[in-house]
Write a protein that binds this ligand. Structure first.
Ligand code: PTJ
Length: 258
């Protein structure tokens, strides 16, 4: 019998998932993605992305490993130092952590921008109103009046006064091409991705190999704790973070359980 057999597949509300289930967090995450698809927020491809993420998380031990915690602290410092920080929201992020992204934006003074791989006006509007239901006051991404250079199709569209003008961008669960194109624009990128070998964390200044449901609340906690720190102290946290070591530590945990 697998761990999943004890929970019915057609759970209506997430409160029905027993919190003492050994795979509680994974079941909750799957449920939120399914609901996101039902609501027109999450693309069907988001289910595949979730499946991949879930497999990596299983191998990580479904916990925030120490190097990921260091990355989350460095990311919080980087966002606090930024002049124009933006948190990018796609269909998976909106389904999994809408209120948590609003809290993080509030803690670091960042804008929220909907930025989709599979961009349609309907999904943009659905995600923006979902974020507003979770407390967001302003949501960018509806204009799409600028383009990320060297990237084709709709996924290059961003707001001129949002991601296009940002100095630091958080891009969770991101497609590798866009992460590379943002990197080429000179943005400081913070990426959350459970696959340390994916191109997005590989190009990020701060790669966070952790489940977004754990990473974002932890970044907010770090940001609130660091909020009173001066610029030098924040800069030291950023400078002391070693992105190569963090990626190696995550890969080693996944491959060897170490
Ligand atoms: O909503 P859209 O149209 O912008 O599309 C969003 C998806 C996620 C479908 C799109 O960006 C996509 O196809 O992304 P990829 O190329 O599948 O990359 C998603 C990455 O996120 C993969 O490397 C997964 O391992 C990782 N991932 C999935 N779920 C989580 C995750 N990382 C952290 N936390 C998760 N819960």
């Amino acid at each position: 019998m697998s761990d999943y057999d004890t929970v019915s597949a057609d759970v209506e509300h997430e409160d029905e998932i027993p919190e003492d289930h050994p795979r509680y967090q994974d079941l909750l995450t799957r449920h939120r993605i399914e609901k996101g698809v039902d609501k027109g927020i999450t693309h069907l491809q988001g289910m595949h992305a979730e499946g991949r993420g879930s497999a990596f998380d299983y191998l990580l031990g479904e916990e925030t490993i120490p190097s990921a915690n260091d990355a989350e602290r460095a990311a919080a410092a980087e966002l606090l130092l930024a002049e124009r920080p933006v948190l990018s929201i796609n269909g998976n992020v909106a389904a999994l952590v809408p209120g948590e992204m609003v809290d993080l934006a509030d803690a670091v003074g960042a804008d929220l921008e909907v930025n989709l791989f599979n961009r349609t006006p309907e999904r943009i509007a659905a995600i923006a109103s979902h974020l507003r239901e979770h407390g967001a006051e302003e949501v960018k991404g509806l204009e799409g009046d600028a383009r990320i250079p060297n990237l084709d199709h709709q996924r290059a569209k961003v707001d001129a006064d949002g991601i296009y003008a940002a100095d630091v961008v958080l891009v969770p669960l991101e497609d590798g091409d866009r992460a590379e194109a943002l990197d080429e624009m000179g943005k400081t990128e913070i990426v959350i991705d459970l696959n340390p070998l994916s191109r997005s964390p590989q190009v990020a200044e701060v790669p966070i190999v952790d489940n977004i449901v754990r990473a974002v609340p932890n970044m907010t906690e770090h940001a609130r704790e660091l909020a009173g720190s001066n610029e030098d102290a924040l800069r030291t946290i950023v400078d002391e973070f070693d992105r190569t070591k963090a990626l190696e530590a995550a890969e080693s945990r996944i491959r060897n359980g170490l």
